[in-house]
Design a protein around this ligand. Structure first.
Ligand SMILES: CC(C)=CCC/C(C)=C/CC/C(C)=C/COP(=O)(O)OP(=O)(O)O
Ligand SMILES: [Zn+2]
Length: 427
């Protein structure tokens, strides 16, 4: 039996976390309230992405990595990837000197650790061009940690470099399957708690090895759908706080699911998953306007678009999210993409450049990368394929907020992914 001390401690922690959540909601709702109370003309200015400021902040960060990126530490390839990918999402590129420095540095640090190798390879793919791509040495190595992130980074790197084979994929499907929890999301290791970061990694890896249909996709969708709360952004796991970086880790899960043919998507080429879909069917047209707030209005924080009270991160519904087709047979996103854009632009964006976890926190490159990646996912969430630009109704704020589309399996900008694919299919 649990001792009185332990029970009291548990209750103290639960209360503290509830108080944290109320404090964050209070902060976020004040921002939305202030936004709703200003004239429309001023609202559209506030919804603008501060592109120039973001590029300035990012370029400064890259320059600060050192004149020739000389120090080798595990964070530098990540900083390179977060910054270069953010710049690419904004449709910009870096100057020749910075590019040369980055290539020289990244080609020297592709071995010691799988996750940093993923960051280095994605950075080089993002820089693109002969020099960057040919600097990648397509080695293999083993050992290192075992978890779902390691599975994903290994499989992602191998896939983008066109060296993925059965030997590397052996056992990966069974391992990831053993990490899907009773909640429906995927944990880092068997027996741990489902988390958005690992759910993205697990699902992406399963798609890359053609085994996504082995997961319980119905419960996975339920789990991820209920991670979007009244703050309009996503939390990483049940009963935790909203955070801008989950815009990609959780939003990216939807981007992956929506590309599967079983969900009306075009597939990923070799990995067209067939899923026997079981859903508690909802009458036609029920949800056709669920995510069509096309007038840039702030959502009332405690209401969904039909005006219902919504409970934050409510766990009680089962299979409440379904494949949605509007009257015109247009694929509807499986999450509230306008609400998420609102959280990213109004709560995560720093007017002076960069993005943060939540109001009150400082900006950083990690959150800048994953807020922008999540924003891109939202903007293209209704696009049938990456070549069809989104309608203005899918983009919150001015259309100039539109970012470059990403390839959701790797989180690199689509055009750079295709260039890399052409390059590595030649030898
Ligand atoms: C490819 C790649 C880089 C993958 C990384 C995936 C990722 C973000 C995993 C999350 C790890 C984790 C358990 C964070 C919880 O932190 P926390 O307790 O501080 O945050 P929380 O309260 O939001 O859960
Ligand atoms: Zn975060």
């Amino acid at each position: 039996m649990e001792g009185e001390g332990a029970a009291t401690e548990r209750q103290r922690r639960a209360t503290a976390s509830q108080v944290d959540q109320w404090a964050v909601q209070d902060h976020v709702f004040k921002i939305y309230g202030a936004f709703a109370s200003i004239p429309r003309s001023a609202q559209s200015v506030i919804l603008e992405l501060q592109r120039d400021k973001h590029v300035e902040y990012l370029t400064r960060g890259l320059q600060q990595l050192g004149p020739s990126f000389v120090v080798l530490d595990a964070n530098r390839p990540w900083l390179c990837y977060w910054i270069l990918h953010s710049i690419a999402l904004l449709g910009e590129s870096v100057d020749d000197e910075l590019e040369d420095n980055a290539i020289d540095f990244l080609s020297r640090c592709q071995m010691p650790h799988l996750a940093t190798t993923y960051a280095a390879v994605n950075s080089l793919v993002t820089l693109g061009g002969n020099k960057a791509l040919s600097s990648i040495n397509r080695w293999m190595h083993d050992a290192g940690e075992i978890d779902v992130r390691a599975c994903y980074t290994a499989i992602s790197v191998a896939s983008i470099l066109n060296i993925l084979d059965d030997e590397l994929a052996k056992g990966v499907g069974n391992y990831i399957l053993s990490c899907q929890t009773y909640e429906g999301g995927i944990a880092g290791e068997p027996g741990s708690e489902a988390h958005g970061g690992y759910t993205f990694c697990g699902l992406a890896a399963m798609i890359l090895i053609n085994q996504a249909n082995r997961l319980d996709l119905a419960s996975l969708i339920d789990w991820v759908a209920f991670r979007q709360g009244v703050e309009c952004g996503f939390q990483g796991r049940t009963n935790k706080l909203v955070d801008g970086c989950y815009s990609f880790w959780q939003g990216g899960v939807f981007a992956l699911l929506q590309r599967l043919p079983a969900f009306g998507g075009e597939g990923f080429g070799t990995s067209d998953v067939e899923v026997e879909w079981v859903s508690d069917s909802t009458s036609e047209g029920d949800d056709e306007d669920r995510d069509s707030s096309d007038d840039n209005e702030a959502l009332h924080p405690e209401q969904d678009q039909e005006g219902h009270q919504s409970s934050s991160h409510s766990p009680e519904s089962s299979t409440a999210v379904h494949i949605q087709h509007s009257r015109h047979n247009q694929l509807e996103p499986l999450f509230h993409t306008m609400a998420l854009q609102q959280y990213i632009v109004l709560c995560s964006q720093e007017q002076e450049g960069g993005f943060r976890d939540k109001p009150g926190k400082a900006r950083d490159y990690y959150h800048t990368c994953y807020c922008l990646s999540g924003l891109s996912v939202c903007q293209y969430s209704r696009s049938k394929n990456e070549n069809s630009p989104p309608l203005p109704t899918s983009v919150l704020g001015p259309y100039s907020n539109l970012l470059e589309p990403i390839h959701p399996l790797y989180n690199v900008v689509s055009r750079q992914y295709h260039d890399a694919q052409d390059f590595f299919s030649k030898y």
